[in-house]
Design a protein. Sequence first.
Length: 299
Amino acid sequence: MPHRLKVARATETDVRRALEEQANLIRNGRAAQSLNAYSTIAEAAAVFLDDKRRSETVEVSTIETYEFSVNNVIIPECGNLLLTDLTVLRCNRILQHIRDTKSLSAARKARSMFSQICATGIEHGVLTFNPVRDARSLPLPPKKESALNAGQLETVRERMRSWRANGYQHGPRPNARLLENAMWIMVGTSARIGEVLALRRCDVDVTANPPTVLIAGTITQTCTEGLRRKPSAYGQETALDPCASSRYRLQRSAIMEAAGEHEPSPPCRGLGIKAVTRCSSMTRSRGWPRKHQRPPSPC
């Protein structure tokens, strides 16, 4: 990958020596790319992303979101613009154009990325202030809340049971019972789909009155790591309603029956409901009481 090297020295000999030193540092991987007064926004974004990767303080999924916004929104829009030419007026015009041509969500993400890229420019001594902070703020997207009634839930259940039931479609037949159990657990716990997929047996206490569930993780998917369970810093404990409790027992019995088990398995084995990732469009229920927090289970 070619790098543009620029230095300023008193003589030509000093310039050549300084360029050779920079080239050796980049070639041997002993120094990260630096910014100067002639660096473009695309180059500053590359330095920003490299700093985030090296810091190891940002999740891989977050870095992939940054890369998508940089490669698909920021660089096509103003990647060749010098970082020092990014003024408040230009920020406003660029963000407005992104909002008009793409969406409000893309413009809000681009504004956040511009601010962090400018902060990187300040760190390298290229900028003296962050022009994005003085740019016009973008409005919040309208909130859309919806809730399913009992009849609609029954309709969803019937469609799950009849989905690809004729067997004419290609691929394995979906497990309708698994999908239905996951749906009722979501309804009964107010948990998101990723939180339900991350439930472990040790997170559910069916002996309590009423039964409780500890939501202490979620499922994330990235291009580099694939699907994995991500534990949360704090667990949220909530009570299971009778329907969700019975569905949990049915799902656990189905897993043990499929595995040929008769005794309880190790406490931290997952529930195995990983085939319902396509149900992510189901929203969190708003009517459940506020959950109490406690540290995650030691297992």
